[in-house]
Design a protein around this ligand. Structure first.
Ligand SMILES: Cc1cc2nc3c(=O)[nH]c(=O)nc-3n(C[C@H](O)[C@H](O)[C@H](O)COP(=O)(O)OP(=O)(O)OC[C@H]3O[C@@H](n4cnc5c(N)ncnc54)[C@H](O)[C@@H]3O)c2cc1C
Length: 414
């Protein structure tokens, strides 16, 4: 068995690790011995990240599009939100992976193209056993391998979706603004559904159908829901070609994702709790934590970021998920009231976990108090019951449903 000694091992080289590599490079960290263990070298467009934040960050040159205005649509009204000083942005994975690969070269990191089978920690260092027989000894491990939570949550939902990159024969998309959430889609018996539109030009846009609910749809179910949403938007299907298809499943649960399973192992990304339970948004927390990790290492400190979200936000999300799951609060109504009674910027900062307690009280006051009080009481009772009985193990996060009859349609001219 061959050995490799490094200061830092990145176990998993996807979204979270790519942002860490880029941040280490950006903060000028040099001389650190780094290894990256992942059976897959991620490249190309395998996902599209949408997130909000202040403009003029290092990500700006990589963005496919950004919008200062977004729409939130319900059956009752179409609301145009001005996000200033924030903006909503679209970042495709390709440029992020390319930047990470460039950073990896500059950092002179060692790439191990094999799965990590064992990650052991004796408190003074970490040993990672890779599937190719190599053993990596490291001072610290940043582990972002996908994994189920430590135990089952009180509410276990999924954000699951399919998107089509649509190219139109003529200008049909409004490039000036994105549709953040459009709740005019038929609502599932248990859960919330919405569509959205992210235009990169007046002829090219990502159009998605998303559900927050306990179970996945079938392949045909996603295609039907998406075709229905396209029709609802009033687009002529004959004038549109599906250029790419994007599928995904993201956990939405109050189950715990321990961020520090042992002294020298730090979990990042979805596995480390960076996915906001009430929305599935993950990117901003991953970016924030990557920056904190890099700053710490640049200053010679341990690579331990602050928690992805404050504990009180995780509690509020648990209550909100419970209220939605019980049907006491309707999804469109919940988001409608949130955006109706608060400045958009406050709602978005709340969803990123960076609001003050006073702002959070204002947010809570904008929800329907009766069902939220019932959900708070239910959550407290369930927590008590959980303490008294053994923890149940969590189900694995299912893989996205891919393929199906609706393949990307080849361009007849090519
Ligand atoms: C299609 C899609 C779209 C999304 N869009 C958004 C969005 O718009 N906004 C947002 O905020 N969030 C979004 N997310 C959620 C989240 O931002 C992404 O899932 C993000 O990629 C999570 O990063 P990660 O590093 O935790 O996981 P991943 O990016 O999935 O990386 C995990 C890595 O671990 C590797 N791995 C697996 N097993 C092993 C092993 N045994 N050893 C070593 N490595 C291993 C995998 O090969 C992979 O490279 C989206 C997710 C998906 C799937």
């Amino acid at each position: 068995m061959s050995h490799l000694d490094v200061d830092l091992v990145l176990v998993g080289g996807g979204g979270a690790a790519s942002l860490v590599l880029a941040a280490l490079d950006r903060h000028g960290v040099r001389g650190l011995r780094i290894a990256v263990v992942d059976p897959v070298r991620r490249r190309g467009q395998d996902r599209t990240w949408a997130f909000w934040g202040h403009p003029d960050t290092d990500l700006d040159p990589l963005l496919s599009a950004s919008w200062h205005q977004v729409e939130v649509v319900t059956p009752a009204q179409r609301r145009v939100l001005d996000l200033t000083p924030l903006r909503y942005a679209m970042l495709r994975s390709g440029p992020v992976y390319d930047r990470a690969a460039e950073a990896e070269r500059r950092l002179d990191a060692t790439r191990i193209a094999a799965p990590a089978d064992v990650v052991g920690d004796d408190g003074t260092g970490v040993v990672v056993r890779a599937g190719d027989g190599r053993e990596i000894r490291a001072g610290w491990a940043l582990d972002s391998r996908p994994r189920p939570p430590a135990r089952a949550g009180r509410t276990t939902w999924l954000q699951h979706f399919r998107g089509w990159w649509l190219e139109a024969d003529r200008p049909v998309f409004d490039r000036r603004r994105a549709v953040l959430m459009d709740f005019r889609t038929p609502q599932p018996a248990r859960g919330v559904s919405f569509g959205y539109v992210l235009p990169v030009s007046d002829r090219y846009a990502l159009v998605e159908y998303t559900e927050f609910s306990p179970d996945l749809l079938t392949d045909a179910g996603y295609d039907t829901a998406l075709a229905d949403y396209r029709d609802l938007l009033g687009f002529d299907p004959d004038g549109l070609r599906v250029r790419e298809v994007e599928n995904g499943v993201i956990p939405m649960t109050d189950a715990p994702f321990p961020a520090r399973p042992s002294p020298r192992v730090v979990r990042l990304g979805t596995a480390g709790g960076a996915t906001r339970p009430s929305t599935g948004f993950t990117f901003s927390a991953m970016y924030r934590q990557a920056d904190q990790v890099a700053r710490a290492l640049a200053a010679g400190r341990p690579p331990v970021p602050a928690p992805a979200y404050p504990a009180r936000h995780r509690w509020m999300d648990a209550v909100a998920l419970r209220a939605l799951d019980s049907g006491g609060v309707g999804g469109p109504d919940f988001f409608d009231r949130l955006f109706d009674r608060n400045p958009a910027e406050r709602v978005l900062r709340f969803l990123d976990g960076v609001t003050t307690p006073a702002e959070e009280i204002a947010i809570m006051n904008s929800t329907r108090l009766g069902p939220m009080i019932a959900a708070t009481a239910g959550d407290a009772a369930q927590r008590l019951r959980d303490r008294l009985r053994p923890a149940r193990s969590a189900p694995a996060i299912p893989a996205a449903v891919v393929g199906g009859p609706q393949r990307p349609v080849p361009d007849p001219e090519n």
